[in-house]
Design a protein around this ligand. Sequence first.
Ligand SMILES: NC(=O)c1ccc[n+]([C@@H]2O[C@H](COP(=O)([O-])OP(=O)(O)OC[C@H]3O[C@@H](n4cnc5c(N)ncnc54)[C@H](OP(=O)(O)O)[C@@H]3O)[C@@H](O)[C@H]2O)c1
Length: 277
Amino acid sequence: MTLNNGVRMPMVGYGVFQVKPEECARCVRDAIETGYRLIDTAQAYFNEEGVGAALADCGVPREDIFVTSKIWISNAGEKAAAASIDESLRKLRTDYIDLMLIHQPYGDYYGSYRAMETALQAGKLRAIGVSNFGVGRFTDLALHMDVKPAVNQVEAHVFSQQTALEKVLREYDTAMMAWSPLGQGRNGLFTHPVLAVIGKTKGKTPAQVALRFLLQRGIVVIPKSTHVERMQQNFAVDDFELSPAEMEEIAGLNEHDSGNVDFENPAFIRYLIETYG
Ligand SMILES: NC(=O)c1ccc[n+]([C@@H]2O[C@H](COP(=O)([O-])OP(=O)(O)OC[C@H]3O[C@@H](n4cnc5c(N)ncnc54)[C@H](OP(=O)(O)O)[C@@H]3O)[C@@H](O)[C@H]2O)c1
């Protein structure tokens, strides 16, 4: 897809949340070998170095790979965020990050965003955006900053479809990127009867049908797996089509439109800030 600043971004990526630092380089190499050209990491995953090692020796030119990282709460504010961008560049062994996101909408994230705008101007970042911003915080930020967020990365899968946020993002030409696009396998997603029946007619697994549902809505997916055969399965999602009736049937699985994690929950916010802020 083409982002709102003209930068091109793959629709299917590989995420490395909870991939152990020592395993990360091997996983990213396997993912690149499989064909993935978008890698999603974050300062808080403690595995940017592993991604950097794989980028350095995978044999694919740097410009053919789209790298995403995220500024963590402990680095919020203009000065700290700017320093953390340089630290991420060092760990990723690269001169630029394709997409930098604010990981969580807490602390001085307006300052962090200004730091990203400056880094964008300097060529250290190619696109900037946010993650886990609900409709209110997203709208306020988008209205106040010079550079409209290119992406909002949020929890999105067949059980949390983010239809309300989707309408708001469209107004700013901001792309939605789905984290946990397989819902981390919860709610029996990998054997869900609706997905299984639809998949059977096309020779596809429930996981592939779940990813395809998001892709057909124009949502970027970044499934994670440490297993090569699952990486391959999750990548093979562009050779079949869900019909309008099938899309509608899957739309009926939506349970928590805005995700299972409530980013406006005071107890959750206090926990995060007391732990990391
Ligand atoms: N911005 C944020 O706040 C945020 C939050 C969470 C995640 N993310 C990003 O989103 C990425 C994906 O989300 P996620 O890792 O939470 O969840 P996910 O991709 O929905 O699910 C990953 C889980 O599903 C398993 N799995 C993957 N493909 C499978 C398949 N085809 N069949 C059966 N099992 C399969 C994986 O196990 P194995 O690894 O054992 O195969 C893992 O346990 C993350 O890696 C991260 O980059 C961002």
